[in-house]
Design a protein around this ligand. Structure first.
Ligand SMILES: N[C@H](CCC[C@H](N)C(=O)O)C(=O)O
Length: 281
């Protein structure tokens, strides 16, 4: 089985070309592919399938030829993956499955239709406009923080660290404890500290994240959108551009009255062949 490996600011994915949806993708196979010792290694899997050939993509097939079938590394589903969508578009282009045009490219996802723009080394995707809807707490090693619950198509909890604490001090080798009643389907938890002013941006935030279904990752695209929305609120603004530095690099989020564009680098680093019997003995 052919695969390609790609990442967006260190959020890495195993890409499986499967235009007709013929692969029998299972939780076990996804977890085995994402295993960083016995498999290829990744924060998730992106199956590249024609929207009309996938039950979750067929409803959007008219608008988008391709459906991003995203799976977290533990084999769970997520409604949306911002970095995954950016790497997915990079793959479509480099595999010649779409022709680059000056306009936007539609991609079908479980969170609906996503528009993408290629800007040289960067790929920008239009995410669902983040919605702040509640507050909730996260507890990590005896520290309890109150954060903003944000819907970006998938669930996020954005927690600002107290002034005295720096992001590297956080132990994210285990999941932050959250109230399961507040997040019955789980939640991605972001921890933030303010950055220094950046020219051309309305704000700058530093972030680490513990992702639902993938543990700590070097970057989380939907998470940076949630963080940007909180930063704009805290600045008394509804719209603007926020630069978010994650351990894997830099992403830029531009929130307008009716959209949210996530932009940053997306690269393909390898292709290869998977020997299934060895992967799933
Ligand atoms: N773990 C997330 C999905 C991937 C999000 C992240 N990798 C991104 O780039 O948005 C969830 O279960 O909602």
């Amino acid at each position: 089985m052919e695969f390609t490996k790609g990442h967006g600011t260190g959020n890495d994915f195993v890409i499986l070309p499967d235009p007709d949806g013929a692969l029998d993708l299972t939780t076990e196979l996804v977890a085995a592919l994402c295993d960083r010792r016995r498999g290829i290694g990744g924060d998730g899997v992106l199956r590249v399938v024609r929207a009309a050939k996938h039950p979750d993509g067929a409803a959007l097939a008219g608008e988008a030829e391709w459906f991003m079938d995203y799976w977290n590394s533990d084999g769970s589903f997520a409604e949306m993956c911002g970095n995954g969508a950016r790497v997915f578009v990079r793959y479509l282009l480099e595999a010649g499955l779409v022709t680059p045009s000056g306009g936007t490219l539609p991609v079908a996802t479980r969170a609906g239709l996503v528009r993408a723009r290629v800007e040289g080394a960067d790929v920008a995707v239009e995410m669902r406009r983040p919605r702040l809807y509640d507050t909730a707490t996260a507890t990590l090693g005896g520290l309890t923080l109150t954060g903003a619950a944000v819907d970006v198509g998938n669930p996020h909890l954005v927690c600002a660290l107290p002034g005295a604490l720096e992001l590297p001090a956080l132990d994210l080798t285990r999941a932050p404890e959250v109230d399961p009643a507040a997040f019955p389907a789980g939640v991605n938890v972001e921890f933030t500290t303010p950055g220094e002013p950046v020219d051309g941006a309305d704000g700058h935030v530093l972030m680490r994240v513990y992702e639902r279904g993938s543990a700590e990752t070097l970057s989380c695209g939907t998470g940076t959108c949630a963080v940007a929305a909180v930063a704009l609120r805290d600045a008394g603004r509804d719209t603007g551009t926020i630069v978010v530095d994650v351990p894997g690099g830099r992403l830029t989020v531009t929130v307008t009255d009716d959209s949210c564009w996530l932009s940053g680098p997306a690269v393909l680093v390898a292709t290869g062949e998977i020997t299934l019997p060895a992967l799933l003995p």
